[in-house]
Design a protein around this ligand. Structure first.
Ligand SMILES: Nc1nc2c(ncn2[C@@H]2O[C@H](COP(=O)(O)OP(=O)(O)OP(=O)(O)O)[C@@H](O)[C@H]2O)c(=O)[nH]1
Ligand SMILES: [Mg+2]
Length: 448
């Protein structure tokens, strides 16, 4: 028999009201020792909360009768006045009456165990609480409402079908028959691999949208990178000076633009130097480019134009030649346009000093990022655990494809298929272990 748990579900500290949640088979029994509960099913009522014959607060109780609650169990929510003393006194009274203090995420864990949510939906609850901008909110909400669960379910049923076709052969292996058409199997596997790849490819952008899209501001010393950071933030955040080599470390600041959170990273000017500190700064700048989703290459428009506009990275440093440029959104920004009359070379002309063109640059960045986000019904991977599981699915499918190609016996191919199924199942929770659940729910706050 499951225990009955209690916790304060509102954030710590003083508030207008606070909510204490009680869930489990004895929830009504425990609550009724302190408040007069409404007789009706799912209702809300005003009540006095009493403990040891003393009235502690005027509260509102909300009853959720199983299975119509978040956890699927009988649940009582008590809204009390938000003093830390009252919150603690009420919680204490409930614990003394037999409730157990809930662990982080235990309410959501129970919702998962009772089948109210699948695992990826439970994770979406944590993301929803963590969301700090419109885009990450939207992604979390779509995952909570099913997200790619349907797509995964479809993949799962195809894998099950493949496995059963192969296993049918095994039953008749003595007779050396092939039921499954190998060519058809191969094309089905190829199609599945493509679907998985589409999802894993969306992870880089999905993760960036969730945690803030990294934008590296790079270029030669004195090009005006720090001035641009300041102009973007409308704040004198970084030191600006006419001395080349002013910025030596990376400077990072977040900014919300049109519902997306960006992490702008000002970097040290790219030049080779004997100064050991500048050299470290250089390495950090390269690192920032590698990790960035968007790269702003800042050029000084008053400096002689180079011929390398088509190969911006090569111009900056051969070290960057190996960076897959298709993965990055790159803008060439001609700064100090206030000093140079038009026309300007391809790219965006701005003046970090006067602010000219900076808003247009912001809009161009937002548009480029949105273009790489799927339409509202398209799935986007934001969760590292899901990403890793899908990579495993992909690896198993590679094995399956190879096995089919090389005419491996059906029983061996079936092993790889079952591996793929296993990893797919860990995402929505058809397959779980205490370790997986522990890792997921400990990220939650207490009371959720
Ligand atoms: N006229 C004009 N001057 C600018 C503009 N942007 C920057 N400057 C000047 O250019 C000089 C260098 O600017 P910074 O922003 O420090 O350049 P940086 O790229 O960060 O330089 P390092 O940190 O040394 O790599 C400063 O004197 C700025 O005032 C601009 O748009 N117009
Ligand atoms: Mg600088």
């Amino acid at each position: 028999m499951s225990t009955t748990i209690a916790a304060i579900s509102t954030p710590p500290g003083i508030g207008g009201i606070a909510v204490i949640r009680l869930s489990g088979p004895a929830a009504f029994d425990i609550a009724s020792r302190h408040v007069h509960l409404p007789a009706e099913g799912n209702t809300t009522a005003f009540a006095l909360f009493k403990a040891d014959g003393q009235t502690l607060d005027e509260v509102v109780v909300t009853l959720f009768r199983s299975p119509h609650s978040y956890t699927g169990e009988d649940t009582v929510e008590i809204s009390c006045h938000g003093s830390t003393y009252i919150q603690q006194a009420l919680l204490q009274a409930l614990l003394e009456s037999g409730a157990h203090l809930a662990e982080p995420g235990e309410f959501t864990r129970r919702a998962f165990l009772s089948g109210r949510l699948n695992l990826s939906q439970a994770e979406a609850v944590a993301d929803l609480i963590d969301s700090t901008n419109a885009a990450s909110h939207q992604l979390a909400l779509s995952q909570l409402r099913g997200g790619y669960a349907q797509q995964l379910a479809h993949m799962r049923s195809q894998l099950v079908e493949l496995t059963s076709l192969l296993e049918l052969e095994l039953d008749f292996s003595e007779e050396d028959v092939q039921f499954a058409d190998r060519g058809q199997l191969c094309s089905l596997v190829a199609q599945l691999r493509q679907e998985v790849t589409r999802l894993t490819d969306s992870f880089q952008m999905g993760n960036a949208v969730k945690n803030g899209i990294p934008v590296a501001i790079v270029g030669r010393p004195n090009a005006g990178k720090s001035s641009l950071l300041n102009a973007l933030l409308s704040d004198q955040r970084a030191i600006v000076s006419p001395i080349p080599g002013t910025t030596r470390d990376t400077i990072e600041e977040s900014l919300n633009i049109d519902g997306l959170t960006f992490r702008f990273i000002d970097t040290a000017g790219l030049r080779h130097s004997d100064d050991p500190i500048e050299t470290i700064g250089f390495e950090r700048a390269i690192q920032s480019i590698r990790q960035a989703t968007v790269v702003l290459i800042v050029r000084d428009a008053t400096a002689a134009a180079t011929t390398a506009d088509d190969h911006p990275f090569d111009d900056i440093d051969p070290l960057l030649r190996d960076i897959p440029k298709k993965e990055k959104i790159i803008f060439i920004v001609h700064n100090k346009a206030d000093l140079v009359p038009p026309p300007y070379p391809t790219g965006i002309a701005i003046s970090a000093l006067t602010g000219m063109g900076v808003d247009q640059l912001k809009q161009s960045i937002v548009q480029a990022v949105r273009k790489r986000m799927p339409s509202s019904d398209g799935a986007m991977l934001t969760n590292l655990r899901h990403y890793q599981a899908l990579r495993q699915v992909s690896a198993s499918l590679d094995e399956v494809a190879q096995g089919l190609d090389s005419g491996l016996p059906a029983d061996l191919v079936a092993i790889d298929l079952r591996n793929a199924l296993y990893h797919l199942g860990t995402i929505t929770g058809e397959v779980t272990s205490d370790e997986i659940l522990g890792n997921i729910f400990h990220r939650f706050c207490i009371g959720k």
